[in-house]
Design a protein around this ligand. Sequence first.
Ligand SMILES: Cc1ncc(COP(=O)(O)O)c(C=O)c1O
Length: 386
Amino acid sequence: MDEGLYTKVSHDGVDTNHHGAVTIPIYQNSLFAFENHESFDQAMKDVLAATVYSRGNNPTVQYLESKIADLEAAEKARCFASGMAAIAGSLHALLRSGDHVICVNQAYGPTRQFLDELSERYQVEVTYVDGCLLSDFEDALRPNTRLIYLESPTSGLFQLQDLEGVSSLAKRAGALTMIDSSWATPCFQRPLTWGIDLVLHSMTKYFSGHSDCLGGVVAGRADLIDEIANKGYMLFGGVMTPHTASLMIRGLRTLPLRMERHQRNGLIIAEYMEKHPLVNRVNHPGLPSHPQHALARKQLDGFSSLFSFETQVSVELLKKWADALRYFRIGVSWGGFESLVTVGQTPASRNLGGTNPSVARLFIGLEDPQTLIEDIEQAWRQVIEA
Ligand SMILES: Cc1ncc(COP(=O)(O)O)c(C=O)c1O
């Protein structure tokens, strides 16, 4: 990880507007009043930049947006009420009826659902591709392809897409590229430096880091972010509140520190799981056994701590194992301080010799990894001995 990130998240310069306060105050107000009508009229001509109404701009939120733009090497960023608000708002703003979208088939479920809604209601055509090979995108391109939507790594099977390859392919075809980079955060992946046009995050995850608020962000070229702000932000109204922005700013201060710990803990547990006799396969891009490990090393600066393992143990038994864990909570989401687990079945596409294996997704928190390993072992013993 670039050590300079630590300085970027810690340093704000001196804020002479707020008595030298070392953190930006929470502007807990819905509107901004003007001294005279002339300055009001002036501000109304530039609602994308002026502070008129907090559904457009709010200084606490704007401050967070400028910090994220800096971390992502983006011209601009916009923060939303949730990751899905950022995804849906951006897709809705950029797509028109008759456009074609290529999306990876392992993208976050509600993202696919939203694209399917656009397809059904507004005649946006969608092609889902595996995305592990560049040719998957090449073969799916059409003259009306407006957007290629990526999620790398994906958050179930942890598949990667070649960011440099896809972005140059899209540029040649005149299509935009957008990526959900929530897994990596800007600490471990900066997609714009590989030529991707827009990067999205569910800030609910690692940015917040404390499992106590929801948020989303999109960052990229100023003209695209302004289009999204005009059509997908102000009109839908799914904006981030100033109070949430202040929690996110707090989370941001320790993001690199936490990500280093998550990386270390995640790899320790993934390596342990890989040696376990009941485990067939561990889906973690940081392991040399991952089929795209070389690509991971090229385009990621590190690895976060969400991964899955596959096993021939039945889903029922695997759920009992999850129940027996003491330090892993059963729950969706990830990116907080606490370790989590969910159990399911791999998709049908993973069918190995007639059966598709059970899968457990682990999120490794900030705990002592030895405690987590002992927990996993005691839970296996309980299940196997029962
Ligand atoms: C990969 C990914 N992207 C986007 C989202 C949506 O984010 P939010 O829950 O903040 O709307 C999630 C949520 O789990 C996610 O896992």
